[in-house]
Design a protein around this ligand. Structure first.
Ligand SMILES: Cc1cc2nc3c(=O)[nH]c(=O)nc-3n(C[C@H](O)[C@H](O)[C@H](O)COP(=O)(O)OP(=O)(O)OC[C@H]3O[C@@H](n4cnc5c(N)ncnc54)[C@H](O)[C@@H]3O)c2cc1C
Length: 492
């Protein structure tokens, strides 16, 4: 593919669409967006930043870019870690959607909210606390409050209720999408003029799924209807320790299979290993041997169950049943699963949303990368074992975080690679580790959460050629010049 650079005439045309103050091609501003994408190993600055406010402005920008073959990269909160930054040169327009920040509608009967792409997790959480305290928007659990609900849904990420409701894309009931040909598409029941976005599967075959997981390559989503969930006020977190990932996997699965009852109260089920604690501090400030953490009462592996219930009685019942299942597992296997008595402050900090628990990883060595995979739950321990061994081989601390998706039907497995971005060779080492493990995991049939353009996507699509061909053909219907975020998913 070849693209054209952004010229002075294009900048003038962009200014006439959104207004002078919302078009910026200054060098510091262009680089500021790259530095925000902390995990974007391959990102480059856009030629110009454009900040529309209305759907019609987005439409005119896409038509202009399409006619002139200029790449467009949409960005909502920009915290997917560099995935919302351009990759190719000329890099074209960065379409910053943060001014489109309206909470358009909340429907507590059909149980959805309609939000624009700039609605941030922190904002929508506070809005619901104030106006709809009995309902909760599914914000991502560990992402910074400045990340957006829509960005997370488009990424098919994991929210604070993913253990109960599935990946974030499952929460999307419909979307309004602007495509480069200038059309505005609606998905789900929304496609029928006058209908509410109450039914995801809409008018016959569903095209909505094509925009989820597309990483900005299919069009610009300007609104989405996202499910909201009940927000009962009796909550706690219970945790159990293990000395190996297999007991963590198997005992958690036993709890999660009680899905008509107690497991439905477990909104977030997530755990990991002791280096998760260590690597939230600067490398030279904390001990690195497990004995130190053991003395603090931290198990080698653990699993947290965040429980929401409508009454104290219900909450107590769920906690008691989880404990009984854990004890029964212990007596059948002879393996120890001690309950980790959490301090009330630990529980309160875990229950606080949006949770900021993942932010400090940058302290360890100034660089970190989440390399996240989906596996069947029953494979997550094997995943952890392989990845931890490889991280140690490559000289990185073996940091592993694992969470349940939809009652442990799937696992979201997230090694956190803490590296030193300023050290020559460290980035290459990260990508070599990524390449080697991707080869192993694709052989096992495991799937990347947000495929990287240079490692995962090419390796994955080289094995799924027909699927890849059809994705390209479908995309060409509404993006004939492939201007949307070119290079991102290798389509093309
Ligand atoms: C410290 C940290 C912790 C995190 N914890 C979590 C977590 O707990 N759960 C989780 O799921 N994720 C987590 N993430 C990943 C990420 O922050 C979230 O998925 C986040 O919600 C993404 O939203 P965003 O607004 O930042 O998206 P962006 O980065 O702006 O965009 C995400 C992708 O979608 C595309 N895009 C954005 N807007 C549009 C649009 N309107 N139309 C079409 N394409 C678009 C972009 O080009 C990009 O490819 C974490 C990230 C960090 C840095």
């Amino acid at each position: 593919m070849s693209y054209n650079p952004v010229t002075k005439d294009i900048i003038t045309a962009l200014k006439s669409i959104v207004g002078n103050e919302y078009v910026n091609d200054s060098v510091p501003m262009r680089y500021a967006y790259v530095s925000k994408g902390i995990m974007g190993l391959e990102s480059i600055p856009a030629e110009v930043i454009v900040r529309p406010r209305y759907v019609e402005e987005v439409r005119k920008i896409l038509v202009l870019a399409n006619e002139n073959k200029i790449p467009v990269t949409p960005v909502a909160g920009g915290l997917s870690g560099g995935f919302a930054s351009p990759l190719i040169s000329p890099s074209g327009i960065l379409l910053d959607l943060s001014r489109m920040d309206r909470i358009v509608e909340v429907d507590t009967d059909c149980r959805y909210m309609v939000v624009e792409p700039g609605v941030r997790s922190g904002t929508v959480w506070a809005y619901f606390r104030k106006h709809y305290p009995d309902w909760a928007p599914p914000v991502p659990d560990g992402a910074p409050p400045a990340a957006t609900v829509l960005g997370d849904a488009l990424e098919r990420g994991f929210s604070m209720v993913t253990g109960r409701y599935g990946p974030q894309a499952d929460m999307v009931l419909g979307a309004e999408v602007v495509v480069p040909t200038g059309d505005v598409l609606y998905t789900g029941s929304w496609a029928l003029p006058g209908a509410k976005p109450f039914y995801k599967w809409g008018l016959g075959p569903d095209i909505g799924g094509l925009f989820l997981g597309a990483q900005g390559t299919m069009g610009v989503v300007t609104k989405a209807a996202v499910k909201i969930v009940p927000h009962p006020h009796f909550k706690t977190v219970v945790a159990y320790g293990m000395d190996n990932p297999y007991d963590m996997q198997d005992a958690t699965l036993e709890v999660s299979k009680y899905e008509m009852g107690i497991a439905d109260h477990c909104v977030m089920v997530q755990g990991g290993n002791w280096p998760l604690v260590m690597t939230r501090w600067p490398e030279d400030k904390v001990p690195k041997d497990y004995e130190f953490y053991k003395k603090l009462g931290i198990s080698e592996w653990w699993m947290n169950f965040e429980i929401w219930a409508h009454s104290q009685e219900e909450l107590d019942f769920v906690c008691k049943r989880i404990d009984e299942i854990m004890k029964s597992y212990e007596s059948r296997t002879g393996h120890k699963l001690p309950q980790w008595k959490l301090h009330p402050k630990q529980i309160a900090s875990r229950l606080k949303k949006p949770n900021k628990i993942a932010i400090p990883y940058s302290l360890w060595n100034a660089g970190f990368l989440f390399i996240t995979w989906y596996t069947p739950w029953k494979d997550c321990a094997e995943f952890a074992e392989i990845y931890n061994e490889k991280m140690v081989e490559y000289g990185f601390p073996p940091v592993m975080w694992i969470a349940s998706i939809d009652h442990c039907r799937q696992a979201i497995c997230m090694p956190i690679v803490c590296f030193d971005a300023s050290k020559p060779g460290d980035v290459d080492k990260v990508q070599e580790l990524n390449r080697e493990t991707t080869e192993i995991f694709l052989d096992k049939g495991w799937v990347e959460y947000r495929p990287d353009p240079y490692v995962h996507a090419p390796m994955m699509y080289s094995r799924a050629k027909t699927y890849h061909e059809y994705l390209k053909k479908i995309r060409a219907i509404w993006d004939p010049n492939y201007i949307m975020h070119p290079g991102r998913l290798a389509i093309p």
